[in-house]
Every structure is written in C-alpha cells, then in structure tokens.
Design a protein around this ligand. Structure first.
Ligand SMILES: O=P(O)(O)OC[C@H]1O[C@](O)(CO)[C@@H](O)[C@@H]1O
Length: 532
C-alpha cells in the first residue's frame, strides 16, 4: 500500500474513545475485508459468551466457577447479593487506608505505618507491582516493597533494605488460595525477622485471601491486624480491581476510584457486540490474524513510557496463563497461547529491535503511545526538538521501519498515564483475552498447567526429606546411587544428585566426595552441620 492508501486504512480502522482519549490502531496488521468477514460468526459467539459471562454463567467450567472481574468495577452487574459484597470491601479499603494514613491505625512500635511490604506472587503481585510503578506519586504516602518469590537472598535483600523500618511496616500477605508455597515461605521469613527484632508480627499483618483458606484460618488464629476477602469468581490474573490491587494502590495514595471508573468506561466500550467499534474485539481480531488463531506470532509489548515498564510482565500472566492451554473446551489437544515479551521504548530499540526489524518474523508489536511528555515544559535538545519529540519520533520511526519490512504492529494511544487510563488499559486487555479465548474455544480462566508444576515441586521436597533421612544415618560415605536406592529413588538418581548438590552448597550436613565432572561416581557423606 502507498502512503495515501495506508492513511485511508488508518482512518478506516481507527478506534477512538472520546471520554478516555484512547485510540486503538490496528491498521498496520495485514488482514483484509474477507478475513474480517470470515471471523464474524466467531465474534458473534464471543460476544454472546461474554454477555453470558457477565450475567453470571459458569464461564470457567473446569473449576465450575463464575467469572466476575467485570463486576468489581460495576457491582450492579453482579448477580444476587455479590454487588453488595464488592461495595462493602471497597468501603472497608477506604476506611482502613484513611485510618492508616491518619495514624489511628498504627504499629505498636512506631507512631505510624510508613512502609508497605507486599508478599504475594503471580496475580497477587504483578498487578500491584505494575500499578505501583505506573502510578505511585513521586513522594507517595508510603513506600512499598515487594516480595514475590521464595529466593532466600531476595527475601533478605528486601528485609535488610527495610531494616529498622520494619517497625513501621505494614505487611500485606496476598494469596487467593492461601496456600501458595512461595507466599507462605515469604510470610514465615518475614514473621521470623519480625520476631528476631522483637516486633509483634500479627499487629503488622494484613491478609488478602479467600474466606476459609489456610491463610484466613491463620489470620483469625493469630489475630492479624486486618483481612480483606478475595472472591472465588475473581482469578488471580484478573484481580487488580479487587483488594489485591486496590489496597496497596490506595495506601500509596493512588486514586483507586478513578482506576475503577476507567475500567468501567472501557468495559462499556468493550461490551459493544460489534467488531469494528469494540476496541477489545479489534485487538482480538489482530491477535487472531497475526498468529493464525494458533499463537504463531509472539506479542511484543513496547510502551514508549518508562512508567509502563511493567505492563508487559503483567500481561505475560494475563495473556499466557489465560491462553496457554493444552486443550480446548471440546477436549481437543490444541496447545494454544500467545507469547508475550517486551519492556519499553525507545530503550528496547537498543536491545532486540534489530531482530524485530530484520530477523525471524515471528512476532507482532504493540506500541503504547503516551501523548503527554511530562508535567511542565521541556528544554530543546536540538532546535525545535525536545526529548519527548525524540521519543515520539522513535516510536513512529520504529513502527514505520517494521512495517516497511513486513513486520506488523498495533498502536494504542493515550493522552497521559493516570489511574483512569491505567484502569482502562487493564480492562481493555482483560476483555481482549476473554474474547480471543472464545475465538479459539478455550477456557481462559483456569490454570491446570501450573498445578502440575506445584505437584512436581512438592515431590522434590518429599524426596529431599527421604534423602536427608538416609544421609543422617550414614556412618561412612556411600556411592550416590546407593543413597538413591536407600531413599527409594533408584530411578531418580539425577534428582537425588541435584538435591544433594544444593544441600552441600548450603551447609546442610552433606558432603559430596569425588570428581564433580563425573557425578555418578561421587560418594555422599554426612557432615556436622552448622545448622540445626
Ligand atoms: O493468589 P494465590 O492463590 O497465592 O496464587 C498466586 C498465583 O498462582 C496461580 O494460581 C498460578 O500461577 C496464579 O493464577 C495466581 O495469580
């Protein structure tokens, strides 16, 4: 297409939301009218599926659950008395945050809570981390720290950085299931550090979990400071508009009601059962076209705004944990999904855009353009050119350079990064994932594959216990294979070796003797451990 035809295509397919000042441009995706027409029946079903979902259908059949994240920003949509539960939690958040900021809810060991330590993983962390990075004020009401893994060194780094400030730290422990090992480990490590400092952990701890979960029981038993419920009809990766995301955002001083408004406005726009005027449907169309409905191309996220750096990490879970499924709703093996990566522009132009421009064409890019450069005026870095002009130029230039070499892209444009536009972006992608899932006939709302990993991890820990029992009974070194035999793991020698190698590296009463290049010939000996 020549420039005139492209300009016409841009305008033909441009979506603009007046209230949000948000544009969606899919003109640089190469679909044609016949392709769009061919998808209309699938979109008709997707719109019907979505309407049923919002009306309270069991849209997550594998877990026999409703899917209600849209109700979080429009409680009147919720069936039965769920709407009241939603507004009650929002009011409780407002009240709790107001008291923390006023100092009427305070730690025993300090005048006020000044820090937040958020302990959670996956959807219990990625949304709060993205929103904190995108929206936290320059001088937030409270500083926030995140613990989103079970890496001992990582946990120590956060706790050491908090140091004496732990006495004025509010600890948010977020886990919908209440049983995720990484979050449980983080909680226990934090609790241990509190107790080592003579601080009263329960009076600093807030639980965000499903009523009836193990963490709910623990919270009640230990008498934590507060608890905010999670609903079983809100998945982790779509929980940013629940207490999971709203509590920490509000504590940071972010206008959570504005986030909800933006999400609600976007929901209304993406509820329209018309492909051409529904921004989420336009994204789903573009994704389906790019990957031939099979995820054949990766989604490269390129927000040209530093504050949106973590959007791609957030979308990795939202998109890949929703769409990356082995089977479709009819039980056919489909191995669906769309891979997501990217960080920010123009920075990434100095990392992997070279491959995007010239290398394997296995992707489509999504640019996020933010029109407002900064608060206040800019200096000129060249005559009639500011830093923001360069950022805008790099975005436009990269988009053109990719397109000129047959690499396709979507561009989403907002005027400014605000709670309202961040809420809208989150809602836009939640809906696009849901519509796309219908197009490819999969359940976007469960995550069976993750359970497999959790079970495998549990079996390694169980094997480790058996190996330690064997090693502790040793009065002389034994060959590795013999230790595996005695642990009932003859066919898992490699796992036994890796468990022993890790234990030996951490002074856990194990010594490996022999040439490390031939692990099968190693001997295992017990060693007086400096640990208990
Ligand atoms: O909030 P929970 O139950 O601790 O789960 C954390 C994360 O683990 C998963 O269940 C699996 O990755 C995610 O869906 C969820 O966001």
């Amino acid at each position: 297409m020549n420039a005139t035809e492209l300009w016409q295509r841009y305008e033909d397919w441009l979506y603009y939301h007046d209230g949000l000042e948000l544009y969606v441009d899919i003109s640089r995706m190469g679909f044609d009218a016949a392709f769009v027409e061919s998808l209309q029946p699938k979109f008709a079903k997707a719109f019907a599926d979505m309407a049923a979902l919002e009306a309270g259908a069991i849209a997550n059949p594998d877990e026999d659950r409703m899917v209600g994240h849209y109700w979080l920003r429009d409680p009147d949509l919720a069936p039965d008395d769920l709407g009241q539960e939603i507004t009650t939690v929002l009011d409780e958040i407002d009240d709790f945050v107001q008291q923390v900021h006023a100092g009427t809810i305070k730690p025993a060991e300090a005048d006020q809570f000044t820090r937040i330590l958020s302990v959670g993983i996956g959807g219990s962390a990625l949304g709060p981390e993205f929103v904190s990075e995108a929206l936290a004020p320059i001088n937030p009401k409270m500083d926030i720290y995140f613990m989103d893994n079970t890496d001992p060194a990582g946990l120590d780094l956060v706790l050491d950085r908090l140091g004496d400030d732990l006495k004025s730290t509010l600890v948010l422990i977020t886990s919908k299931s209440g049983g995720t090992p990484e979050t449980r480990n983080g909680m226990l490590e934090v609790k241990h550090r509190f107790e080592a400092l003579g601080l009263d952990f329960p009076s600093h701890a807030v639980a965000i979990t499903m009523i009836g979960s193990k963490m709910d029981e623990l919270e009640r038993m230990e008498g934590w400071l507060a608890e905010f419920p999670m609903f079983d009809w809100v998945g982790g990766r779509t929980s940013e508009m629940s207490a999971v995301g709203l509590l920490s955002a509000s504590l940071l001083g972010i206008d959570i009601r504005s986030m909800l408004v933006g999400a609600k406005e976007m929901d209304a726009a993406t509820r329209v059962a018309d492909l051409k005027t529904n921004p989420a449907a336009l994204l789903a169309l573009a994704w389906y076209y790019a990957g031939n409905g099979q995820g054949e191309k990766d989604m490269v996220m390129l927000p040209y705004k530093d504050s949106l750096l973590l959007f791609s990490r957030y979308l990795q879970q939202l998109v890949m944990e929703s769409l990356g499924k082995e089977k479709d709703l009819d039980g056919n093996v489909v191995h669906q999904g769309i891979a997501v990566y990217g960080n920010k522009g123009s920075t990434d132009q100095h990392a992997y855009v070279q491959q995007l421009r010239e290398g394997v064409p296995n992707f489509f890019a999504t640019f996020i353009e933010v029109l407002k450069d900064r608060e206040g005026p800019s200096i000129e870095v060249e005559p009639d050119a500011t830093s923001g002009d360069f950022l805008n130029g790099f975005l436009q230039g990269t988009r053109a350079a990719l397109y000129d070499n047959q690499r396709e892209s979507i561009t989403i444009t907002i005027n400014e990064v605000t709670p309202r536009t961040v809420g809208a972006l989150i809602a836009l992608y939640e809906r696009a994932v849901g519509l796309y899932a219908s197009l490819v006939n999969i359940n976007a709302y469960h995550q069976p594959g993750v359970e497999a990993g959790k079970k495998a991890a549990a079996s390694i820990i169980d094997l480790q216990r058996r190996v330690l029992t064997v090693v502790r009974s040793l009065d002389q070194p034994l060959p590795l294979a013999t230790v595996a035999d005695k642990a009932g793991a003859t066919d898992q020698v490699e796992s036994v070796y890796k468990i022993l190698r890790h234990l030996a590296a951490n002074n856990r009463g194990i010594t490996l003797q022999g040439d490390r290049r031939t692990p099968s010939k190693l001997n295992v000996a017990a060693k007086a451990s400096s640990e208990s």
